[in-house]
Design a protein around this ligand. Structure first.
Ligand code: ADP
Ligand code: ZN
Length: 602
């Protein structure tokens, strides 16, 4: 393990192992199988990259994400490692060259898609080479129940039979017990030690807000907090994706649509630009996700309500893989809740399936409407306790006021009851506010005892109250598509006066205090910020010259470290996180020169 630490420092430029990295690496170095479960951004790759360098032979990395292999290989070469990939994107000559390098033992790491690995000729070729290990990335793809099922993955068990002495390491960020059991079964990892890390992503700031005008608020969020950053904006429908992308484009951002209705070539091109260029926003349906391995996504925004906490966690998890500060921002409105409920009730599926889906949606809404720490609730949902509030979610940073909503909720519920339990929120609110529109007079609702009793709250406040009453299960929404409200069983004790209700107070979203270049640069003063921007520009030039994505040169974290440490010579430069021997060799000169031109104020 001393050697492993040395490689961590000298090659990768990091001081300490993270999470279970040390344990996993020790296991593989000892020649044993292992299963590593770590959240996205946890640092799974190092778990096989370090043993790849320390064990004799080549490490074979199985990954379904062909589109990313090239970038992964480029990143390893920046570190001075001998890495290559074999996939359908290469021509015959390039493939032959890689095979030759493999035969001659000139590779530390070889990336392969499972179908290529499993071909008889490849297995035979590997049979002739000394092998350091097999790393099976995205191992949850063996699971038939998961959303990423790949039949080829199940055939990977032949590795156990054909290469009995070679350690196999399965890695995934998908956690639940059932998937884990399937991985062990399908890949024959019965004796493997399991390493399960915390699923907390402390660098992600969770912010959830309710109310109308989500799109405007999205723009303010992007403009104030991420004027130059890459991010993903999720929307529910293709049409909305197109609209929002065009709208952000009009605002001056590069915003590319991504959904299943676009031709393959367009989708690929948009994904490629997102991956390669800086500051690109992708506006997408949930079709966009698998295969995104960009570490410097600084925000993930939802303009729709995710249908469950699992999706929310997975989608927001694409932000901030490099560990630098990132935002998970969600805005939803009453209509989202209604639409999702209706889709769920009128959709296919057994009664049991619907019941589960309904409960999951309720849990998601609970997370949205709660007044306490979001991270505690999120982790609790995955059975992971977090002792203290996190201090890095909207509710921790700016605790929402709560109010005694008992009286107002009773008014709302009785108004639903008196209007016959078939009208939608809009109408019921109008009755409460004492309006007299055509529908109200036609139905005689201006003669009800609840007409006009709600003057203490305004329209927005009533809408927020109804949203929370729906979220918390006091009201049900009809399934025929009209959005009519009915009282639920839960409403009874409240109406009978046996229960009180405290709710999160409706409030206008807070404005960001002052525009920042990026939340990664949040804590920087003006001098530091100027240096940070200059370092970014240098990184971009170097990346363009080599045709690689900028983060492959240095990630945001390393740049922030340079700003903080302001190294003056090569030795000091090596102290920067992510700077190893090889990168210092290549880049110390250029970066030190820029740093020297920006003396700090300290
Ligand atoms: P995963 O595959 O688990 O999503 P990666 O392996 O891509 O995560 O690592 C995420 C980021 O964290 C990368 O930029 C990586 O270089 C960095 N990283 C990994 N291990 C460490 C460590 N021990 N110290 C600092 N940074 C690390
Ligand atoms: Zn919190």
């Amino acid at each position: 393990m001393e050697c492993a630490r040395q490689v961590l420092r000298e090659t990768f430029g990091y001081d300490d192992f993270r999470l279970a990295q040390a344990g996993v690496i020790a296991e593989v170095l000892a020649g044993r199988d292992a299963l590593a479960l770590m959240p996205t951004g946890g640092g799974k790759s190092l778990c096989y990259q370090i043993p790849a360098l320390l064990r004799p032979g080549v490490a074979v990395v199985v990954s379904p994400l062909i589109a990313l292999m090239e970038d992964q290989v480029a990143a390893l070469r920046q570190l001075g490692l001998r890495a290559a990939c074999l996939n359908s994107a290469l021509d015959a000559g390039e493939r032959a060259a890689v095979a030759e390098a493999l035969r001659r033992g000139e590779l530390d790491l070889l990336y392969l898609a499972p179908e290529r690995l499993l071909g008889e000729s490849m297995l035979a070729l590997l049979g002739e080479c000394p092998l350091a290990l097999f790393a099976i990335d995205e191992a949850h793809c063996v699971s038939q129940w998961g959303h990423d099922f790949r039949p080829e993955y199940q055939q990977l068990r032949v590795l156990a039979e054909r290469f009995p002495g070679v350690p196999r390491l399965a890695l995934t960020a998908t956690a639940d017990a059932r998937t884990r059991a399937e991985i062990i079964e399908q890949l024959a990892l019965h004796d493997a030690r399991q390493f399960i890390s915390s699923f907390d992503r402390p660098n992600i700031r969770y912010t959830i807000s309710e109310g109308d005008n989500a799109r405007e608020r999205l723009w303010r969020f992007i403009r104030d907090r991420h004027p130059e950053d890459a991010g993903i904006v999720y929307c529910l429908s293709r049409r909305r994706v197109e609209q929002v992308a065009a709208w952000l484009g009009d605002k001056g951002r590069v915003a590319l649509p991504y959904h299943a209705g676009l031709p393959d070539a367009v989708r690929r091109a948009h994904q490629q630009r997102f991956q390669r260029e800086e500051g690109v926003i992708v506006v997408a349906t949930i079709a966009f996700g698998m295969g995104i391995d960009k570490p410097d996504v600084r925000f993930v925004a939802h303009l729709n309500l995710p249908r469950n906490i699992e999706s929310y966690y997975q989608e927001t998890g694409r932000a901030g893989r490099d560990g630098a500060p990132a935002d998970a921002w969600l805005a939803y409105g009453l209509q989202d809740v209604i639409t999702l409920r209706q889709m769920l009730e009128s959709g296919e599926g057994s009664e049991l399936y619907k019941r589960v889906a309904r409960q999951k949606l309720d849990a998601m809404l609970g997370l949205c409407e709660m007044a306490g720490c979001r991270r505690q609730a999120l982790l609790a949902y995955f059975d992971e306790p977090l002792a203290e509030p996190c201090g890095n979610c909207d509710n921790c940073l700016d605790p929402p006021p709560t109010w005694d909503a008992t009286e107002a909720a009773r008014m709302a519920l009785s108004c639903v009851y008196r209007t016959g339990q078939r009208f939608g929120v809009h109408h019921v609110v109008n009755v409460l506010l004492g309006k007299r529109d055509e529908r109200i007079t036609r139905w005689g609702h201006d003669r009800l005892s609840t007409w006009g009793i709600g003057g203490d709250l305004d329209q927005n406040q009533w809408r927020a109250l109804f949203r929370q009453l729906i979220a918390l299960g006091y009201l049900q929404v009809d399934t025929e598509g009209h959005g009519g409200l009915r009282l639920a069983e839960r409403a009874r004790p409240l109406l009978r006066g046996e229960e009180t209700l405290r709710l999160r107070q409706f409030r206008k979203p807070a404005r960001a205090r002052r525009p920042r270049a990026t939340p990664a640069a949040e804590s920087l003063g003006p001098d530091d910020e100027a240096l940070f921007q200059a370092l970014r520009r240098l990184r971009k030039e170097l990346a363009d010259a080599q045709g690689v994505p900028p983060y492959v040169i240095f990630n945001d974290r390393s740049l922030l470290d340079m700003v903080r440490l302001r190294p003056a010579d090569r030795t000091a430069f090596l102290q920067v996180s992510g700077v190893g021997e090889h990168k210092a060799e290549c880049y110390a000169g250029a970066f030190l020169a820029v740093i020297a031109r920006h003396p700090g104020n300290g």
